[in-house]
Structures are given as C-alpha cells and as structure tokens.
Design a protein around this ligand. Sequence first.
Ligand code: FNR
Length: 402
Amino acid sequence: MARSILELRGLGKEVWRGIEAADYVRTERESWNDRMSPLDEAVNLLDLEEPARRVLPRMAYDYYASGAADEITLRDNRAAFDRRRIAYRVLAGVGERDLATTVLGERVAMPVLIAPTAFHKLAHPEGEAATARGAGAAGTVMVLSTLSNTPVEEVLAAATGPVWFQLYVYRDRGATRALVERVEAAGCRALVLTVDAPLLGRRERDVRNRFHLPDGLAVANLLAEGYGALPAAETGSGLAGYVSDLLDPNLTWDDLDWLAATTKLPLLVKGIVRPDDAVRAAEHGVAGIVVSNHGGRQLDTSIATLDALPPIAGALARRPGPAPELLLDGGVRRGTDVLKALALGARAVLVGRPVLWGLALGGAEGVARVLAMLRTELDLAMALAGARTVGGITPDLVVATA
Ligand code: FNR
C-alpha cells in the first residue's frame, strides 16, 4: 500500500532525499517530453538539419542536402557570408523597427522569400501546399518549383500568401506554354525562369542512391503532358535522366524574349552570377534577377553568390534605365546573412534547404517556424547594426575580411 509523504518523512532524511530526487527526475523527464519536438528545441536554422536527417529516408535527405561533385560551392556559399563583417552604427534610435518591404511591387513582411525546391512530398505528405501555408503565415512569397509533387492549382488553393512560379522550359514548347497558361490561371504573380540548369549538375549522392520518386509521387504539374514520371534510375540519378531527356538545353537569350511574349506575368531570371549576364538580362527587360548558383547543386567550384553580388549590383547601377530588382540565394541561414546580402545590393533573399528541414519536422508550422526564427535574427541584427528599416541597410555596414 502506498504510504503518504508524511509517513515517509518519518522514515528519515535519506529516504526523503531519495523521493525528492526521483520526483525531480520524473518532472524533468515529463517536461523534457513536452519539449521534445526538435522544432521547439531549435534555436536557429542550422539546428534543424540534424533532426530532419533523422526523420527523412536517406535518399530524400541526400537529395535535399547535397551539392554537385565535391560540394565546394555548397560550402562556399556559406563561407562567403563569414568572410564579411558588419561595421555597425550606434546611437541610431532603433527602438522601433520595420522589416517590411516590397519585391516586384509585392508587399512582404520581411525581405526573405522561399526559394523554389523540387519534390516537397519527400519531406511531408502535404508537400507544397503546406509550404505555401507556412510562407503565408510568415507574410512572404513562396516560389513554387516546376518540379513540385502538388499541382500548381492545388498549391494556390491552399496558399494564404503570394506564390510565384519557377519555370523550367521543356523541349516540348507546347507543353511549356500550356504550363505557363495554367500557372497564370491559377493565380501565380510572377514567373522565375531558371537559367543555370541546361543539364543537371552531377550530385554524386543522388547517383549513388539511384535517386527516384517513390511510388505515388510525380512531377505533378506535367502529368497531363505525359512528363509526370522520372525514368527508372538504374544507373544513376533519375532526375538527371529526366532533365536531359525533357528539358531544353539549347535555351538562349532569344528564348527569354519568347517567354516574355508568352506571359503577362513579370519575369525574373534565376541563376546569374556574372555582371555581363545581369546587364544582358536587364537589356531584355526582365523585372528581376536572382543571383544564384542553385545552392551549389549545378557547377561545382562556381563563385559563391555573395561574392557575385557586388559586381552585379555595380554593373546594373552604372547602366542607364530602370534596373531589375536583385535577389540572392545560397547559404542564407542567419539574420546577419540577410543583412549582408541587402547591404551589398539585394532587395531580398531566398532560402532553400532550411525550409525543407522545417517542412520535414512540422509541415506548414515547421516552415513558418523557420521563417520566424530568421525574422527574429534579422530584427536583432538590424537593431544592433543601427538600421531601423530595410532601407537603412546600406553598403557601408559591411566590410570584407582578408
Ligand atoms: C533546389 N533548387 C531549385 N531551383 C530551381 O530553380 N528549381 C528547382 O526545382 C530547384 N530544386 C531544388 C531542390 C532542392 C532540394 C534544393 C536544395 C534546391 C535551388 C534553390 O532554388 C536555391 O537556389 C537554393 O536551394 C538556395 O540555396 P540554399 O538556401 O538551399 O543554400
């Protein structure tokens, strides 16, 4: 029969201490259980990758995490942020801060968007629909990939904020045009043409894993055109086979004009790292340029995006006429990274992999949490750097280290 505490107290100090300790352990364990969610435990974006790796099948984790070849550019995208330091401003009256801005006229709660990444149902059953809701909760734009597991119409139906569409041009121009029409009808607000993937970069982890889509998952936007399935990956990455079979490696600047004439939507190009290409894109009238190397997944040892940004911003500033808006992605993980990219000429940044980790760990809520953490960090970075608004993030705030 259980004895009361008072009775037990009578048994002497040693027993009482034992009960106290057991009690402490139990309460701690219970509250640990309450706090167990890695999403709640995460203090920053980098904390999410390891728990996501644990919940994801190996093939999916490797597909999301990997870069091309030796993954030098993958690492250098991050290292480039660490090569810059912030020369912060003091006594700037930063008690009230405003992180809101516009991107191509679209009002966003902060200068951080969701980069287009393929195959979200490898992370979560709700896939891209959950990602769109996460973006909406954070008050920002989701860029939906052509290679989504959810049809664009379904994503837009679930979305609570603006969605842009990332386009790959298929050899079959009729299918490409039909896709653009569907994207417009569904309500996407801009078209982002990816120009750094005439072929797929060699992601050796995917080659080793024979990357493929599990049964039941497809390139949902292209099902109707007959391009919904990846080829069997007997010898390597099934995605590499899909891209080389179906996407057009022959795109030129003329095709940009073709696309601009095909769509009413504002057009961005994604994947530019050279000032001359940026100027050429501006001459072709694009509304925006995403300085990107595809998160180090295409040409390994290509230049880090933060290193590419200042010369591009300079070349566009020297050119007469309206300049396209500049965005940047690749390795953005910290609020200070966002601040540095904005100081060096970006209007906003996009985040890729951390969104997938958040999605894997908590669906829409996980995505929202990733964006909320980054927002909190950016807010603090702005306060400590003496920038009350996004417009106050000026080039003099950032210096290069040797
Ligand atoms: C991508 N990226 C990409 N880009 C694109 O234009 N279309 C796509 O379908 C994809 N798919 C894709 C899948 C996965 C798993 C990753 C990680 C990336 C590139 C993406 O838009 C972006 O450029 C990088 O992810 C940005 O780098 P970080 O933030 O992931 O370091």
